[in-house]
Design a protein around this ligand. Sequence first.
Ligand SMILES: Nc1ncnc2c1ncn2[C@@H]1O[C@H](COP(=O)(O)OP(=O)(O)OP(=O)(O)O)[C@@H](O)[C@H]1O
Ligand SMILES: [Mg+2]
Length: 455
Amino acid sequence: VGSSSRPNNLPVQRGTLIGRQRDAERLRELLLRDDVGLVSLLGPGGVGKTRLALHVATQLLEQFEGGAFLVSLASVSDPALVVPTIARTLGVRESGSLPTIDNLKARLRDTPTLLVLDNFEHLVSAAADIADLLSASSVLKVLATSRAILQLSMEHACQLTPLDLPERLNGSLDHLLEYAAVQLFVERAQAARPDFELTDANASAVVGICARVDGLPLAIELAAARVRLLPPAALLARLSEPLAVLTDGGRDAPPRHRRLRDTIGWSYELLDPPARALLRRLSVFAGGWSMHAAEAVCNSPSILTEMAALIDQSLIRPADDEGDERFSMLETVREFALEQLNASREADEARTSHARYFAELVEAAEPHLKGTDAAARLGLLELEHDNVRAALGWLVEHDRPPGAAAGRGRVAVLGHAWLLFGGARLARAATRAGRGEPTNRDAGQTPRRPRLPGP
Ligand SMILES: Nc1ncnc2c1ncn2[C@@H]1O[C@H](COP(=O)(O)OP(=O)(O)OP(=O)(O)O)[C@@H](O)[C@H]1O
Ligand SMILES: [Mg+2]
């Protein structure tokens, strides 16, 4: 790195690090604390863990007499090879009678060294080896990037979330550019097309693209590279299926980053079969789900274990604002999981039990939806707005076996809730379905977010 005299193999970072000031500061603080040996930087694929880890390692280089080293583990498939890979990166070999591991420990014992272990998620069973290295040196610091928590008692875990997004559009272009997601899009779009600029005409499409991929940096980069071919508005129009469109990563990107689907697929492959099944089934929820709903709908043998595995792999996350009982997944992950669900034989059953659950939820609330506390009740249901819509859409299209009174009842119940939410057209379709009449294709219409009846 530039003029530093410290030994290192850190690649030079092109372009500036966008946003992340607070995350960077927290990592620096932790890594410089005497009582901290291991810091893990956690988050979903493509969120920016490696980028941030390298930034921080470069900033801290001068503090480490023994230098700072990037140990790339993505292509190491055997946990037993983690320590040998570290040794090789540092140029430590066996000598005479001393095995490599002893030489490595000797090298690390007294000389402050920073190791960036990149992509640890598929090697978590090697965590004990890292603990062993750390116990042999009080001046060694390890910064591990991983989609999954390492689960060591000495681990200081830092979660990295996607980049900040503007919540709404109004505001000047300068204001929009204060958001890291917008800034990253504009920077990468300019790299693809030097005459690209954020303008009043394209700003809403740019914000829409960033929001569509939930601010995930890798997805933003893949999308921005496309402005070579399509203006932002046309790109946004195609982004209803991000996995199909975001497939054009640079040739210097790691193979799993060339297509967004492969990035998520890498995490999916690391799950055991029950956790994969749960992820597939959770994709039927729209706009998040409660623990109770997941238990009722997903039919998972040990759901707490599987939910924990999905959280550990950064595939789902507790929703931060609605209490710890609610969970969600990034839209891009959901699209991936839906693809897997549709390819399995479980799709119809999963959607049917999803629809049944929300019909029952609405049914239980129904008697209260007419009285004076209607607004408050509807406010509670409002959390499930997107799920109710999905359930109703599914029932209107599919759940009309001849004479199935229960099915019609469900459609009617959901239709009523939807009417209260403000979705007149879908509600009318539900009424027709309830009478056994043909439904229209306009059933998919989403109303604006509901305007609750005034007090
Ligand atoms: N804050 C940022 N500023 C600029 N570019 C960023 C930022 N965060 C991420 N990127 C870019 O987004 C892409 C994905 O980031 P990165 O490779 O760090 O993800 P990751 O979390 O390490 O993913 P994986 O789990 O697959 O290893 C990279 O091209 C990276 O340069
Ligand atoms: Mg990485």
